[in-house]
Design a protein around this ligand. Structure first.
Ligand code: F0G
Length: 456
């Protein structure tokens, strides 16, 4: 046999509701043309995010029943800590309620006002926490990452010259760390190579700059390295993941993605002194250091989910499903970010709606139209998500103006992917009828979550 299927079978199902076009047109108006404000019951196939929406395994659910809900020293915490140490190499673990809880604490302990934090593209909450702590974010990803058509195999790579230029310009003492994301979300789920990370390690060691790893989708990055980087074809996803993590000094993790739990995250560190400082913050903002923001049962499900996420068969099915959808769209001539990413397909809204200027939020409009046409929920990843500079009040420019069709892990079947592809292909034919949008309510930060729009 040369073809493969998912390495699991379905034991329980959740029923979903079909809606009429008329119902959906009303629902999106009521939601201010923002797919984040739709009720989930009005959604047929939910590709809003891959965060917290994965299907847990029977083993994870069984683990939930062994939760030790002691306030201090829960057995499940020690299991989680041991799992993170052996799978990811990090010595100390602080559980947090989700990824941004870890970002908050990391930013608080490491950033001083006036600092600079470079990163391989921004993530919304990550950058905001850096800015709230007084830092300026500097994008040091390679230029190819900003070009949806470039098929560079490692579009998540750091541009080492951009990083070195920043060090020369502001001085290493103003750079507490570089934030390195694996499988860069905003670039389209694009990986970085181990070669690039190793070279970065050399520069950072020379200048005494830490590497902090946003490891939210590290296993997906490891899979791409196995497939694409010379010398790694015979290594397992688990081995490559360990190697990636071991090149960094610590990590923030949204466990709701790779690790397939519905809620949770952690801050992981190697430096004991930093860990002590982080503990002081965790007890203020999250909870005692042995549970942070998580229930014992959730830490157990996470420990089990981490190991499941590192299985080659799982990852082949996971990325294979994303590829299946992406290839269907490519074959039909739909412009999407290339190469196909790890967790999502990103539609190039600029190319699909060339009649709309970026100030009319083409990606936001496309996501709303796709929902009305088909009940498929997606999200904007363009100028609305990019937000405004706190200093100038201007919109952050965003070269990428994308709609993200995010695939939850172990949730949908190939038939759901067929429907989602058909919905996009149908809509392409009527794309000229899609009108631009304008804000009727713009929140002061993370505006994409709760902003409201009307047809302009
Ligand atoms: N870092 C990355 C790369 C992320 O994708 C996310 C969340 C976070 C950090 C924050 O983690 O949500 O647990 O607080 N991304 C979700 C998404 C929301 O839909 O892409 P969180």
């Amino acid at each position: 046999i040369t073809s493969w299927a998912e390495p699991y079978k379905i034991k329980m199902v959740e029923l979903i509701r079909m809606t009429s076009r008329q119902e959906r047109a009303k629902a999106i108006r009521d939601a201010g043309f923002n797919t984040f404000l739709l009720k989930s019951e009005d959604v047929y196939i939910d590709l809003l995010t891959d965060s917290g929406v994965g299907a847990m395994s029977d083993r994870q659910w069984a683990g939930m029943m062994t939760g030790d809900e002691a306030y201090a020293g829960s057995r499940n915490f020690y299991h989680l800590e041991e799992t993170i140490r052996s799978c990811y190499s990090y010595k100390y673990t602080l559980p947090t309620h989700q990824g941004r809880g870890a970002e908050h604490i990391l930013s608080k302990i490491l950033i001083r006002p006036g600092d600079y934090v470079p990163g391989n593209m921004y993530f919304t909450t990550t950058r905001l926490h850096q800015e709230l702590a007084g830092a300026t974010f500097v994008d040091v990803i390679i230029d190819e990452a900003h070009d949806p058509a470039s098929d560079h195999p490692f579009k998540g790579n750091i541009d080492l010259d951009k990083f070195s230029d920043l060090i020369a310009r502001v001085g290493a003492d103003k750079i507490p760390y570089i934030c390195v994301a694996t499988c860069v979300n905003m670039a389209g789920g694009q990986p970085l190579s181990l070669e690039n990370l190793r070279a970065l390690r050399g520069i950072c060691d020379h200048h005494g700059i830490r590497i902090m790893h946003d490891m939210t989708r590290v296993a997906e990055n490891a899979f791409f390295i196995q497939q694409r980087e010379a010398g790694y074809a015979d290594k397992t996803v688990a081995e490559i993941t360990h190697e990636l993590c071991a090149l960094t000094d610590g990590a923030t993790m949204s466990a709701k993605k790779d690790a397939m739990v519905n809620i949770g995250g952690f801050l992981a560190l190697n430096d004991e002194l930093l860990y002590e400082q982080a503990c002081e913050q965790v007890v203020i903002y999250e909870g005692l250091h042995t549970y942070g923001g998580m229930a014992g049962r959730d830490m157990e499900a996470l420990a089990i989910g981490i190991r499941e996420s590192l299985c080659d068969d799982h990852m082949r099915a996971r990325i294979g499903q994303v590829e299946y959808l992406g290839q269907k769209l490519i074959d039909a001539g739909v412009p999407i970010v290339r190469p196909i990413g790890g967790h999502a397909i990103f539609l190039d809204a600029r190319a699909i709606l060339p009649h709309l200027p970026q100030e009319q939020f083409p990606a936001q409009a496309l996501a709303a139209a796709l929902y009305v046409e088909s009940g498929v929920r997606t999200m904007e990843r363009g100028i609305v998500s990019a937000g405004r500079s706190p200093e100038t009040g201007e919109n952050y420019g965003s070269k990428l103006e994308l709609v993200r069709m995010t695939i939850p892990r172990r949730v949908y079947t190939q038939s759901h992917m067929d429907v989602a592809a058909e919905a996009v292909i149908d809509l392409m034919e009527r794309s000229k009828q899609i009108c631009g949008l304008e804000f009727t309510y713009e929140p002061s930060c993370l505006r994409f979550f709760m902003g409201r729009f009307k047809v302009s």
